[in-house]
Design a protein around this ligand. Structure first.
Ligand code: SAH
Ligand code: SF4
Ligand code: F3S
Length: 476
């Protein structure tokens, strides 16, 4: 493989806690217009994936990218609204960006993504230095919006679409390590979990043409990529029908189509919803060795009354049964989750139910959050955000502590076993060590062996672990 390693971000999986990573370009730009674009992305993997669509649209206009916002002519910030602190971070960053207008009056500052969609024209009133507010379904309109902004206008396009999937736009892989890529398979969400802003910021659920997904994965395979992560807010409800009605593809069928593109290409996906994940999907995972043994299955709470108030449409027993099905059909499959603590009216007993569920299932990873009321959501309208901040923090700490125990236990169980690892770069601490990920998505660190390079698969014997990482050595 040619030298594909680029400095910077190697995005591993959806993690909304990731903040503001400037994306660097891995690609060529067409017919330069002499102007530079800087994009910074916040939020989930879907937002990072959207930034790659935005970059593609902007490169077609002749922009080139820069990783230094101070030298940019256009600054985009692709934003997240999921929790209040995500929005605060963006506002602070906008203040820094705004400062460059003092000496660069023509610079255009655009707010993209979920916060743009949530706040719409209000953003222009609240943030005087912002020129463009562009929602997630309006990125095809960017060339026209930029041209008008160049004339000094301040504009908003937050029209949501029932059809837009950007299926025909080839994403420009940003900050890529040349090994792993995201592929969006659907947009929007119809679930209306009561705490969640996403259905309002991303609009109705729609699935992308299966052929365009398979084509994109084929292109990635030809370009030497070794791992794709299929993205959607609820991948299990993927459903695409061809215009003449002759082809019907559900998520299990899509997984099989993607897995068959290249048996050397790992396939991952995120996020699964407990109410929708089917045995058919699990059997498809079992059938194809290149579909990784890893499922992110957000539970949110271990208590059925909480789950009902959250409008998750499953209860504790249903969730336990789904995990039992995973362990039956895929005995080596790692399961990770998301948890919200301190949701409206959550009692101490109900919090204990979450801790018990975590202890019973021993998740491999978890993203754990304090409930943050979002304006306009069902929960904001119907229920009081009544758990005091200090109780929320204490509960979160207990949940984190439980997860440390479970995660560590899962890693300890891997010691002495041989892992198939895809090398994705070098250890952050030392370039004498490779870093990679196991099939189950654990980070594995092991000494560099000159016969191998990033992008190769190796067999690694796990010999020890820290709280979050396996440490081992290559075995032939
Ligand atoms: N579509 C995915 C999750 C998308 S948002 C799913 O349904 O699982 C990612 C995570 O953010 C959620 O799983 C939830 O745990 C958390 N989250 C969403 N809204 C939140 C809020 N208002 N406060 C705190 N955490 C929230
Ligand atoms: Fe939000 Fe629920 Fe949709 Fe996930 S499934 S994006 S939590 S509404
Ligand atoms: Fe955030 Fe929007 Fe994703 S709210 S989590 S960037 S869908």
């Amino acid at each position: 493989m040619e030298e594909l390693l680029k400095p910077g971000l190697s995005v591993k999986e959806h993690d909304e806690s990731r903040q503001g990573e400037a994306l660097m370009l891995d690609g060529q730009q067409n017919a330069p217009n002499g102007r530079k674009l800087y994009i910074e992305s916040y939020g989930c993997a879907m937002n990072f994936s959207d930034s790659e669509i935005v970059a593609s649209v902007m490169l077609d206009m002749g922009f080139e990218t820069t990783s230094n916002y101070k030298e940019a002519d256009v600054i985009f910030i692709n934003t997240c609204s999921i929790r209040d602190n995500a929005e605060q971070r963006v506002r602070n960053r906008l203040r820094e960006f705004g400062a460059i207008k003092k000496h660069k009056k023509d610079a255009v500052i655009g707010v993209l993504g979920c916060m743009a969609e949530r706040l719409k024209a209000k953003f222009l009133e609240e943030e005087k230095l912002v020129d463009l507010v562009v929602g997630p379904d309006a990125y095809r309109d960017l060339p026209s919006l930029i041209n008008q902004a160049d004339e000094g206008e301040r504009l908003v396009n937050v029209i949501l679409s029932r059809e837009e999937t950007y299926a025909d736009i080839s994403p420009i892989r940003l900050n890529s390590n040349g090994i792993s890529a995201f592929v969006s398979i659907m947009r929007g969400c119809d679930n209306m979990c009561s705490f969640c802003v996403v259905p309002f910021t991303r609009g109705r659920e729609r699935s992308r043409d299966a052929h365009s997904i398979v084509n994109e994965v084929q292109e990635l395979s030809k370009a030497g990529y070794r791992e794709v992560t299929l993205l959607g807010q609820n991948v299990d409800s993927y459903k695409w029908t061809s215009e003449d009605g002759s082809e019907n593809v559900n998520f299990a069928a899509l997984l099989a189509l993607v897995a068959e593109v290249d048996s050397n290409m790992r396939v991952r996906f995120s996020t699964s919803h407990p109410k929708d994940i089917t045995d058919e999907v699990l059997h498809t995972m079992a059938k194809y060795p290149n579909i990784c043994n890893y499922i992110h299955l957000p539970v949110q709470s271990g208590n059925s009354r909480m789950l009902e108030l959250m409008n998750r449409t499953y209860d504790r027993e249903w969730y336990l049964e789904r995990v039992a099905a995973i362990r039956r059909i895929l005995p080596d499959c790692a399961v990770s989750t998301d948890i919200i603590t301190g949701f409206c009216t959550e009692t101490e007993q109900e919090h204990q139910d979450t801790l018990r569920l975590m202890a019973e299932l021993d998740f491999s990873f978890a993203y754990m959050y304090i409930y943050s009321e979002r304006p306009g959501t069902l929960a904001a309208k119907r229920y009081e955000d009544d758990i005091p901040a200090e109780v929320k923090s204490r509960r979160l700490n207990e949940i984190i502590e439980q997860q440390h125990k479970s995660g560590h236990k899962r890693l300890l169980a891997q010691i002495g076993k041989i892992q198939e690892v895809l090398i994705d770069g070098f250890s952050k601490k030392s370039d004498k060590d490779f870093s990679g990920r196991s099939d189950q998505n654990a980070t594995v660190i092991f000494p560099v062996d000159e016969r191998y390079k990033p992008g190769d698969y190796v067999k690694v014997l796990a010999e020890s672990c820290t709280t979050a990482t396996l440490i081992g050595k290559i075995v032939d």
